[in-house]
Design a protein around this ligand. Structure first.
Ligand code: KG4
Length: 342
């Protein structure tokens, strides 16, 4: 079955062609980062306009690279939630028009389920159930992947997403948006104990997380140093910040894994590219004899292949929409099946 996967929930326009949910024939991603970086973050209106400009040409490119004609497509999968509403609407409306013209079904895909599915592409042997930490600029979730289309949220951030904190701290340090990668690079060789940074706990919810206190503490260190005219030890501050994020994410995810007894852990989302977090999961999983799945960096960020892949499993589960499909800005990952919400 050939599926065209479309992703436009934030600042990447992405289109891919995939066969039977696991084989990627093309994966075209057009990043808008250069446009947003001058503002220090994503400007929703600009994101929508850039998606409109790019999406048709990118879809043609994805078909061409895959060596597939429009008529050979069996379905169109599209991210319909959650994300920037204007940006999502571009992908959803393009998918609706293309599905109408080609007389094929539209398969709505929840963005987080798409990130999880990046693991199915990278690891053909991986099947649910497993635990997945999905951690990006917009979400930080510990998920029980009971089945391809059955997700339970075990823990989540109560305030900022981990990636959002990376980006805000990096911005104040003068790094270009999105700063997660630059902050990760800067942390190499730094002493994580020079600047004490908090590890927050949410009382009564051992798997939930909070990052806003960490962000404020890091920003206070930066501002205090600048007010006193002191030079910051940048690698040390970055190493301390990454260590605090790691110490928040890793033990909770390992506890979730222990509670489920699955013995299989996957990670997903842009922050899953972080070298310290990857190394910590490697070490912890080795200790408890769990199998660890970490997709390659190019599949960690937003892409159309993950949507085409998850779309295949949504299609098999009967989660198919008609022209009534609409974009949804905010939708919990455990309510991500279209037929349950539509
Ligand atoms: O999944 P993604 O591409 O987009 C969504 O937010 O959905 O994730 C982007 C996030 C940004 O916050 C970016 O700074 C962060 O992933 N990121 C990283 C690294 N690479 C990307 N954060 C920490 N370390 C990295 N190496």
């Amino acid at each position: 079955m050939l599926i065209l996967g479309i992703e436009s929930s934030c600042d990447e326009t992405a289109v891919s062609v995939a066969r039977d949910g696991r084989e990627i024939l093309s994966n075209c991603v057009l990043s808008q980062i250069d446009m947003h970086t001058i503002y220090g973050g994503v400007v929703p209106e600009i994101a929508s306009r850039k998606h409109i400009e790019a999406i048709a040409a990118l879809a043609n490119q994805a078909l061409e690279e895959a060596g597939v004609s429009r008529k050979e497509l069996d379905a169109i999968a599209v991210t319909y939630a959650p994300g920037l509403i204007g940006a999502l609407l571009v992908g959803v409306n393009f998918a609706k028009a293309a599905a109408l013209a080609l007389d094929i079904p539209i398969v709505p895909v929840h963005h987080i389920r798409g990130h999880v599915a990046a693991n199915y592409i990278a690891f053909p042997e991986l099947e649910p159930p497993f635990v997945c930490l999905s951690v990006s600029g917009g979400n930080t979730l510990i998920l029980d992947i009971r089945d391809y289309t059955d997700t339970r949220v075990m823990g989540s951030t109560r305030d900022d997403a981990a990636g959002e904190c990376f980006d805000k701290v990096a911005r104040v340090l003068g790094m270009p948006y999105p700063g997660g990668k630059a902050l990760d690079d800067m942390s190499m060789g730094g002493n994580p104990n020079t600047y004490p940074l908090p590890r927050s706990k949410v009382s009564g919810a051992e798997l939930d997380m909070s990052f806003s206190g960490l962000k404020t503490a890091a920003l206070n260190i930066i501002h205090n140093a600048s007010q006193k005219g002191e030079e910051l030890k940048l690698p040390d501050l970055c190493a301390g910040f990454v260590a605090a994020v790691r110490d928040t994410l890793v033990p909770r995810t390992m506890e979730a894994l222990r509670q489920t007894g699955y013995g299989k852990l996957a990670i997903a989302g842009g922050v899953a590219a972080n070298s310290h977090i990857r190394a910590a999961f490697q070490e912890e999983c080795e200790k408890v004899g769990a199998k660890l799945y970490m997709p390659p960096l190019k599949l960690c960020g937003d892409n159309g292949a993950m949507i085409a892949c998850q779309g295949y499993y949504e299609y098999l589960a009967g989660n198919i929409a008609g022209q009534e499909l609409n974009a949804v800005a905010s939708l919990p990952a455990d309510r991500g099946s279209w037929k349950n919400d539509g």
